[in-house]
Ligand binder design. Sequence first.
Ligand code: SAH
Ligand code: SF4
Length: 373
Amino acid sequence: MISLIGQDRIQLAQTLATVGVPSTQLKMRAQQIWHWVYVRGVTSFDEMLNLSKALRIELSKTCSVALPEIVKEQVSVDGTRKWLLRFPADGPDRPTPVEVETVYIPEIERGTLCVSSQVGCSLTCTFCHTGTQKMVRNLDAGEILSQVLLARRRLGDYPDAEEDLEIIAPLSGRKVSNVVMMGMGEPLFNFENVKQALLIALDDEACGFSRRRVTLSTSGVLPAIDRTAEEIRCMLAISLHAVNDELRDELVPINRKYPIAELLDACRRYPETANCRRITFEYVMLKDVNDSLEEARALVNLLQGIPAKVNLIPFNPWPESKYECSSKKQIVRFANYLMEQGFESPVRTPRGRDIFAACGQLKSVSEKTVTLK
Ligand code: SAH
Ligand code: SF4
C-alpha cells in the first residue's frame, strides 16, 4: 500500500497518474485529496465525496490514507496525553513494525504536540532516556505528519468533529495549536523527511500551522541548521545544556564534532535567514553538574548578540539515570540571573511525569531486527 499522507503535491500527482487519473485532471484531483486529508481529516477514500466512485475504488486497491494504530493512550493527571503509535511492517526494508511516542501538552492558551522524528536516536546524550534506545530507523514524512493528523483527529480539531468535553484542551482555538519536533530522535539527522512533513504542516492549503508555532529542536547538527533556516524557516530550539566544551562533550556527545562556538555562529545566522525573531536555548538543570551561578554568567556571555530565550528544563529522571534535578531554589536563582541580564528564561513545568511523557522520558520497545540472509 502506498500511503498518500506526507506526499507533496508533485508526488501525489505522480501516484494518481499510476492509478489512471488523466493528466489533465492530476492537479485538481491532487488538490481535492490534499483538502480531504489535511483540512477535513478523513481517513478513507469512501469519504471523499467529490471523487467518482470508480476512482475511489481504484485508489483503495493500492493506496491508503489511514492513520497509525494507537497501541496505548495514557492520560496524565495534568491532562497531558501520550500515545504509543505503531507503524506497520512494509516490504523488505521494513521487516518489522515500529512504535513511537507522541505527546500532547494542553495549556490554557495553547496545545502543544511533541512529535517524534526517529525510532530511537543515534545520539547518546547522557541525561536522555531516548538516547539509551538504539536507533532503529528514520520515520518517513508520512509517519511524522500522521502523528499531527492523528492528534488533531483524536482531540477533535477537524471541522466535522463532535466536541468531546472529556478532553483537556486550550480554552479557545485549535486543540493542537503548536507543533514541536521534540519527541524521539534527532530531527536534523532525518532532514529530508522532517522538512517534507513540516512544509505540509505549514502549508495554508494543508494543516496551516503558523511558522511561529512550529519549532524544531536539535542537539546541534551544524550543517543542517543553515538548511533549516533556508528551507523550512520554522522556529529553532537548541539543546545547549552546557557552557563549555568539556562538559558539553560529555552531556551532548555530538559537541565533539560541532563545538559550542561553531554552533553559536550558526545560531547568529539563523534569525535573519529564517526571518524569525529569536532562538530558544534549552538548558536541562542537573544538580551540581551545570547549574551554578558561574555557569549562568558564562551562558549570558555566550549568548551575547543572539536574540535568545532560555528554556530551563528541570531534569526528568528515568530508570537508572545517573543525574538528579537541581533544587527549586537553584533553578529560580539561575533563572533570575538570566532575567536580570535581559534574557527571558521560563522554567518549563514538567508535564506528564506520571505517565513518563516529560522531556527526555520517551522510549519505545522497538528494537532493530537484523534480517539474516
Ligand atoms: N533530539 C532533539 C529533540 C528531542 S529532545 C534534541 O536533543 O534537541 C527534547 C529536549 O528534551 C531536548 O532539549 C533534550 O535535551 C531534553 N531532554 C532530554 N532528556 C531530558 C531529561 N531527562 N530531562 C529533561 N530534559 C531532557
Ligand atoms: Fe537524541 Fe535529543 Fe535524546 Fe540527545 S537529547 S539522545 S539528540 S533525543
